[in-house]
Design a binder for this molecule. Sequence first.
Ligand code: TYD
Length: 209
Amino acid sequence: MSTRGKFITFEGCDGCGKSTQLRLLSEYLTKEKIPHIFTREPGGGKISEAIREILLSGKNMEMTDECEALLYAASRVQHLSDRVEPSLAKGELVICDRYVDSSLAYQAYARGLGKEFIEKINAFALENYLPDVTIFIDLTPEAAFRRKKGADANDRLEQAGMEFHKRVYAGYKALAEEYPSRIVCVNGEQTPDGIFADVIKALKERGCL
Ligand code: TYD
């Protein structure tokens, strides 16, 4: 039987450069022949991707904050069962673009639903599937938005505005302070290669590579 794989998540404000880092990591893991999967939240499977469409559609602006939080949690539980658990059980490295820290930063802190409520509805994830390492790309929303010109104007979340994203960022900083052994802060102001060097170093130090 193979040893269980490691679970790595990537977090950060919208436009922080996560996608570039995930692409670089994908190239690295393929080159090194390390068995892995890439996945994302919300989404990553048939049902979770359908939930993602509801969540991110610009047509659903009247969605309540509680409904939004529950849909993220619903998408998460399905995704864990469809993709994350089977790969971890096979000994593969699982790299997930966003996870429960996004719910804590966006829904608990930024939407103001509170940590207690978000932790309660995500208890299955927090108790059974806490990531081995979470890479937080530390870039302020002001810097992120400067980079992300031409964003999709129909994206419901991006219409939420700068004040919301500043609260998201503050939420991430609070989480990083609270969970320093799991969450690694990587300076997002560097060049993509500089950020990537820090990502690889952190993953090696924590025994994921
Ligand atoms: P996406 O287009 O994938 O953004 P990004 O490339 O920045 O990851 O959209 C995901 C959005 O969903 C993003 O704005 C963060 C939000 N989100 C939450 O609010 N709560 C959550 O639990 C998750 C997983 C994502």
